[in-house]
Design a protein around this ligand. Structure first.
Ligand code: GRF
Length: 197
């Protein structure tokens, strides 16, 4: 049975684009019987949706503002995502904290990318915090999502230097390039081990 991958985005979706491109160049369909089945966003204005449509990938929008509670939104989101019976759900710049119910429903097949070398700097503003702490290296982490925010099993990490004149923006740009390298590879590893990565 084809392994469907559903990617969740909230904005530019640059990680999603890197994954879509890697799925094609890496021949995931032939090698793993896997495909990017859908891109789903909580924001109808997410730029990444147009990219997905242009690549013939199904899209859906579930607006968190349409739901009174986090639980109601997550239930609606899961209902939409489950239409593709995903083997893997990929959070790629998805700017929502998910409820334990959602995480539990997908545990073992839910991954995220965080712009720091976890367990250092969970949460927000990771680049400025690394600069303020005097770090000499920074980077990104691909991890399985569990109920413990930003602390699931680590699947991959990418390291970049922190330069003396770095700003949060210049460091973010360098880290993002690393994200685009490690996320597709981490997903390939997940697919190659049939999800036991
Ligand atoms: C990235 O820094 C990623 O680490 C974080 O969201 C940011 C934007 O990602 N999760 P994208 O360009 O929308 O993929």
């Amino acid at each position: 049975m084809t392994k469907n991958i559903v990617i969740l985005i909230s904005g530019a979706g640059s990680n999603m684009k890197a994954i879509v491109n890697a799925a094609a160049s890496g021949r995931w369909a032939e090698r793993f019987d896997a495909r990017i089945a859908a891109v789903v966003s909580n924001k109808e204005e997410a730029e990444g949706l147009a990219f997905a449509r242009a690549h013939g990938i199904a899209t859906a929008v579930v607006k968190h503002r349409d739901y009174a509670t986090r639980e109601a939104f997550d239930a609606a989101l899961a209902g939409t995502v489950d239409a593709w019976q995903p083997a893997l759900v990929v959070l790629a710049g998805f700017m929502r904290i998910l409820t334990p119910g959602f995480v539990g429903h997908y545990e073992g097949r839910l991954v995220n990318i965080h712009p720091s070398l976890l367990p250092a700097f969970p949460g927000l503003d990771t680049h400025q915090r690394a600069i303020d702490a005097g770090c000499r290296v920074a980077g990104a982490t691909v991890h399985q999502v569990t109920a413990d925010l930003d602390h699931g099993p680590i699947l991959a990490q990418g390291v970049v230097p922190v330069l003396p004149d770095d700003t949060a923006q210049s460091l973010a740009t360098r880290v993002l390039a690393q994200e685009h390298a490690i996320y597709p590879k981490a997903i390939e590893g997940f697919l190659a081990t049939n999800g036991t990565a």
